[in-house]
Design a protein around this ligand. Sequence first.
Ligand SMILES: [Fe+2]
Ligand SMILES: [Fe+2]
Length: 284
Amino acid sequence: MFYLIIFLGVEIFSIALYRAFLPNFWGSVLLVIFVSSLGGLIATLFVTYFGDFLRSVQKNNNKMLRLENLSHPLLLKLSKNAPGTYSHSLTVAELAIFAGKKINIDTSYLRLGGYYHDIGKLHNPNMFLENKMKPLKLMDKKELVETAKAIIAHVPEGVKLAKEYELPGEIIEVICQHHGNAGIDSLKTELDKMDVRLEYPGPKPLSKETAVIMLADTIDARIRGAKFQNEESLAKTINAEIDRKINSEQLNLSGLKQKDIDTLRQAYLEKIQSLYHNRKFYKS
Ligand SMILES: [Fe+2]
Ligand SMILES: [Fe+2]
């Protein structure tokens, strides 16, 4: 504010002198002083009134860069305590970014969404197939319900952790929406057999970005768990996962159009082929 007053004083003084001496030599000198101090005035006004805004943009950019860095404490914890989930999260990010680019959506949002969508699994990593050495054992109804509830809990636990680490609201949206309000895929058969109905709390994906992550998530989980797959069966699996989400109405609030979904089908297949090519369970 002090500089602003000084500049205003110089401006008024320069104009007064310029008017008094115009058009002699000193008039030209004053004109130069006037123009240069006007530049200073504009810069001062800009810094005074937009400084906070610029600082907050800079701070936000730094925060995003820190979150994208794989040495973020939450990602380090995930890689140490839930290595299967960590690997799955990186793949979901890669898949979502590749597919999202094809329909022109925000790829930095997709990257962060992929990295952090399952952080809630840190609460109980061994509950999840990707971190287990052994397959699921047979369970009675009580055990099954407890297991299902513990799996569903990775969503609210993720939200809790995201708030604790001050992750942005967009990441919290991904955590809440990546399973929508559907049932648990990995326990579906057992839950149906015992007539138990348990679902994620939702909401369903409310943006194209969260829907693209939901699809990348389910596709990676399904293909990760599959045995040997050839190109044809990969395409079948991907299309079946997408159809399952469409038929259970998980995508109907996302804003994805039929044209986007057709583009996404092709994009996921292309990326999965390149990611899993030469891996033990993919034979071309
Ligand atoms: Fe999840
Ligand atoms: Fe996931």
